[in-house]
Design a protein around this ligand. Structure first.
Ligand SMILES: Nc1nc2c(c(=O)[nH]1)N[C@H]1C(S)=C(S)[C@@H](COP(=O)(O)O)O[C@H]1N2
Ligand SMILES: [Mo]
Length: 417
């Protein structure tokens, strides 16, 4: 066993598999995790706010930016994480596998960290394609794993702090890593002598010394540069080919993003269709009204009555939690006008109820900061036309800075809570 592990480590040795490279890629990955965690928490609490929470409604594209960043950074984690695993892969064959309790904890936490990270970014990616090949609720699990990962990240940084600080700066010379590798290998050569009575050719020392001999430092630098270039190109490619779904300049090369800008009824992508939501009949029914209920008083408005109220035009994005977003032009009745009409208290929050009977977005809640925002509309028109059925006809909610999931379509009732 010992021999096998030893051979494996020797065979896998490479100038890019060194602690400086692990630190360089690890830093990027750590930053990506923190960005994903922060933007993820923001998205989570917008959807499940704690009682005391109030949110910014400006800039009105705020959520478009935070969630677009969440998605782009999450996608960048794929090549970065693969690169990191490539660098540290030989550590898998460390012998003895466990040197004591602390070492066991360290290895176990890394195993958990790697496993949880892979699960997290994979379910996140699949969610953007609305593909849920698992039996658990995505959002709760993604949220819980986020906390687990941040905990493991802190432990990982703590454990690796000596290595991280040693190899943090660019100044730590390349040969330093080589010397490390060489001295590690000297130790393992001593081990080899003990095992087989002689050192074996082709080990790290041999190869590293080859590099040094050939053109001192230069070749190592070339392979390091080559590796970093590969990682950079891969990251740029996966990000560049998906970011167009939220970042307009890259729309033309949005090959893999599940939604394309401008594609869909009235130039806006559709997430849940009227058919999926089973609302077509109720939405097209002649007798549709929007009921507004405040403190025991109820009033129902037909679409023409809503159209007869003062109309406001706004420019607001649909910014889906799945990462795609699209700016659009909306026209309709200010929610604050309706609230005033019903003499609602300025501090009132509202519950928005859709014609859709089931489904997690059939009812949503809106805090006072959105209710009273002059950009928040019960929208009746989209991009200059009557709202399409797929975008929520006869009336839908549109508010600044909110996730798409809360922009309730096919409204039937709005009640003060
Ligand atoms: N009633 C209802 N409203 C809904 C949804 C839904 O499933 N049911 N989906 C939401 C989601 S996830 C998004 S991103 C936006 C998308 O709006 P659009 O389809 O008009 O682009 O609608 C939101 N409104
Ligand atoms: Mo969404």
């Amino acid at each position: 066993m010992r021999r096998l592990m030893y051979e494996a480590q020797r065979a896998l040795a490479s100038p890019v598999r060194n602690p400086r490279m692990a630190t360089v890629i690890g830093r990027l990955l750590g930053a990506a995790f923190l960005i994903c965690f922060g933007t993820g928490l923001y998205s989570h609490f917008l959807q499940d706010p704690l009682d005391w929470m109030r949110f910014a409604t400006r800039p009105e594209f705020l959520y478009q930016v935070t969630q677009g960043t969440h998605m782009i950074t999450g996608i960048a984690c794929f090549p970065l994480l693969l690169a990191k695993l490539y660098i540290v892969f030989p550590d898998l064959f460390a012998y003895p596998p466990v040197r004591g309790f602390i070492h066991f904890l360290e290895r176990a936490s890394i195993a958990l960290f790697v496993g949880a990270s892979l699960v997290q970014i994979t379910i996140g990616l699949l969610n953007t394609y609305q593909w849920y090949p698992w039996p658990f609720p995505f959002r709760q699990v993604h949220f819980a794993l986020g906390w687990v990962l941040i905990g493991l990240l802190v432990i990982h940084i703590g454990v690796k702090l000596p290595v991280i600080t040693r190899y943090w700066s660019k100044g730590s010379p390349v040969s330093d890593h080589l010397e490390d590798a060489v001295s590690n290998d000297r130790a393992s050569n001593a081990e080899a002598v003990r095992l087989w009575g002689s050192t074996r050719p082709g080990g790290v020392t041999g190869r590293v010394l080859d590099y040094i001999d050939a053109t001192p430092r230069a070749r190592t630098r070339v392979s390091r540069r080559g590796f970093l270039t590969t990682v950079g190109v891969a990251t740029t490619a996966v990000v560049g080919l998906t970011a167009g779904q939220t970042f307009t300049p890259l729309n033309a090369v949005n090959l893999f993003g599940p939604r394309k800008k401008g594609v869909g009824q009235q130039g806006v992508p559709v997430n849940r269709t009227s058919e999926q939501a089973k609302v077509a009949d109720a939405a097209m029914a002649a007798g549709w009204t929007l009921t507004v209920a405040v403190a025991g008083t109820e009033r129902s408005f037909t679409r023409s009555q809503l159209l007869a109220l003062p109309q406001t035009e706004v420019q607001l994005p649909i910014a889906c939690v799945e990462g795609w977003s699209q700016m659009a032009h909306w026209r309709g009745v200010r929610l604050s006008d309706l609230a005033d009409l019903m003499s609602a208290d300025p501090d009132t929050s509202f519950r928005l109820i859709s014609l859709e009977e089931r489904g997690s977005f059939s009812k949503t809640e809106m805090g006072r900061e959105y209710v009273r925002d002059p950009l928040t509309l019960v929208a009746l028109e989209l991009n200059g036309e009557t709202l399409d059925l797929e975008h929520g006809y006869p009336a839908r909610m549109i508010a600044p800075g909110r996730p798409g999931v809360l922009q309730t379509k096919w409204l039937s009732r709005i009640e003060a809570i």
